[in-house]
Design a protein around this ligand. Structure first.
Ligand SMILES: [Mg+2]
Length: 128
């Protein structure tokens, strides 16, 4: 059955990340591409997409990036690359059997404990 990529395709009880993982999985299955989706290959693809995103910002002064990417064309291009990164990250988590929402919430909770607001407010975290 072809993947339905329109709105309102989420199953009852399915999170948005769960839905995206299912859609990416279905996209891969339909094309018989799961055979290429070992973790190492997915990580390399993910890094490649991060590189494509970084290339958009290359040589743009940091303090001008937000303003320059508020232009519709540039914002759309950034969105395409951000989506590519997320798609590979979601696929990697799926192949590894990770619940991306759960591990992200756990990591954020850990970071909240490690970087108490009253200790780090307005200061960049220091590497120990
Ligand atoms: Mg790309």
């Amino acid at each position: 059955m072809p993947t339905s990529l329109g709105p309102d395709v989420r199953s009852a009880g399915e999170t948005e990340l769960g839905e995206l993982a299912r859609l990416v999985r279905e996209f891969s299955v339909e094309r018989d591409w799961e055979q290429f989706h070992d973790p190492k290959s997915l990580i390399l693809a993910l890094v490649g997409e991060v590189g494509e995103l970084a290339e958009l910002f290359q040589w743009i002064p940091a303090d001008e990036a937000v303003a320059r990417f508020s232009a519709e064309g540039r914002r759309a291009r950034a969105g395409e690359e951000v989506a590519d990164v997320l798609i590979y990250l979601i696929r990697l988590a799926d192949v590894l059997g990770l619940d991306l929402g759960a591990v992200t919430r756990a990591k954020l909770a850990d970071s909240s404990r490690r970087f108490a607001v009253h200790e780090v407010h307005g200061r960049a975290p220091e590497k120990a």
